[in-house]
Structures are given as C-alpha cells and as structure tokens.
Design a protein around this ligand. Structure first.
Ligand code: HEM
Length: 206
C-alpha cells in the first residue's frame, strides 16, 4: 500500500471512530436517546469500548493471515479509541448514574461483581495507552513493549465477562463477543506454540 493510501486509511479510522460520539451528542441534544438516555449513554459507550478493543486485537491475525501488513498502522488508533470510549463509559457512569458522588461510586463498584471486571479492564488499559507512543516503544524496547501489550487480552477478557454478567436475559451477543475473542486468543496461542517448536535441523550441503 502506498504512503498516501495509508494516510487515507488512518483518516478514515479517525473520522469513523468519532461518528458514534457525534451521533450520541447529536441525539442527546435533540432528546432522541429514548426513555432512559442516561442508561443509553452508558451502554453505548461501553459497547464502543469493547468493539474497538476487539478490532485492535483482530489486527495482527488479519495482517498475518491475509498479508495485509498496512493494517498494523491502524492498530494504535483503534486501541486508543477503545481506551477513549472506556473512559467515556466510566465518566457517564460516574456522572449520570452516581452524580459525581465518589463514595457512592466506590460502594457500587464493591457491591456489583460485574463492575469489578469493568474496572479491571479499564485499569489494565491505562498502561497500554500510556505506552502507546513511539517514544515509549523505543524506551521499553520491542520485546518488553510486546509483553506488556499482551495485557490487551486481559482487558478484553474482563470486558467480555463484564458485559456477559450485566446482561439481564439475552446473552447471545455477549457470547458472540466471547467466541470472537476465543478465536483471536486461540490464534495467538497457536502462533506462540508454533514459534516454540524446534526448527527441523538443516541438512548439511554436500
Ligand atoms: C470502571 C469501569 C467500568 C464501570 C464502572 C462500568 C459500568 C457499567 C455499567 C453501570 C453498565 C450498565 C449496566 C446496566 O445498565 O445494566 C455497563 C455496561 C457495559 N460495559 Fe461497562 N463499566 C466499566 C468498564 C468497562 C470497560 C473497560 C468496557 C469495555 C472494555 C465495558 C463494556 C461494557 C459493555 C459492553 C456494557 C454493556 C453494553 C450493552 O449492553 O449494550 N465497561 N458498564
């Protein structure tokens, strides 16, 4: 892919990542978020965080299986959008559900097990976002950076459990997310096992 095309792909992701937020702001300002707008905002931002997280994790398998090397250039932005929507999700919960009351927020977090998982997912995403810059990649070194960024799987697993646990009746969609995550994780485990297999001894040239 040419440099110009990659720049365009990045612009597409940048703009499209902001579309859900723009729609939420627009619908909110026109009172079109349904009977329970606060809940709608919490649920939609949570869903966007999870979708972006899964898309971020899909980059490497898609790149390797289909040879789409340019996809790697979009990964950081997808990951940062996941973090951005996760922060927004927490902020909606803290402001709209808990009215900025710190002790009530802590009480709710302690009382509801599904929030433990959401909280863990969010906390795990913090070092990933902080170390996403080129400078940090250089400072940490590729090996350590990659090891740290495996935490993205922990965030996604906690995010899916959080989603599954808070759904009241129909668990089909959380299960679809769990299945997609299992495939992505399975791919990574297979790759790891393959890389550890001893290479066949080279046949000495006669
Ligand atoms: C401190 C962190 C978090 C808190 C306090 C929190 C809280 C909540 C709450 C209160 C709900 C709505 C429950 C309901 O109305 O029944 C929710 C739903 C949800 N959250 Fe979180 N969450 C957190 C982090 C996360 C993170 C990091 C993710 C994604 C990686 C996430 C993904 C979701 C999803 C997908 C839903 C359900 C959306 C839907 O049903 O359409 N949450 N969360």
């Amino acid at each position: 892919m040419k440099e110009g095309d990659i720049k365009f792909a990045k612009l597409l992701v940048l703009v499209n990542g902001l579309v859900p937020l723009a729609l939420l702001v627009w619908d909110q300002s026109h009172n079109r978020l349904g009977a329970n707008p606060q809940n709608f905002l919490i649920l939609t931002t949570g869903m966007m965080a999870l979708i972006f997280l899964i898309l971020t994790l899909a980059v490497t398998p898609l790149r390797k299986i289909f040879g789409l090397n340019w996809l790697i250039q979009l990964r950081r932005m997808l990951g940062l959008y996941a973090f951005f929507y996760a922060c927004l999700h927490f902020l909606c919960f803290y402001s709209l559900d808990r009215a900025f009351n710190f002790s009530s927020t802590i009480q709710e977090i302690i009382a509801r097990k599904y929030i433990w998982f959401g909280m863990t997912a969010l906390l795990v995403m913090v070092p990933l976002a902080v170390t996403s810059t080129n400078g940090m990649i250089k400072r940490l070194g590729g090996k350590r950076w990659r090891a740290l960024h495996r935490l993205a799987y922990v965030a996604a697993i906690c995010g899916v459990i959080h989603y599954y646990m808070q759904v009241k009746a129909d668990v089909r969609l959380p299960l679809v997310f769990a299945a997609v995550l299992a495939i992505l994780l399975g791919y990574r485990i297979l790759e790891y096992l393959r890389s550890r297999k001893p290479k066949a001894a080279a046949v000495p040239a006669k």
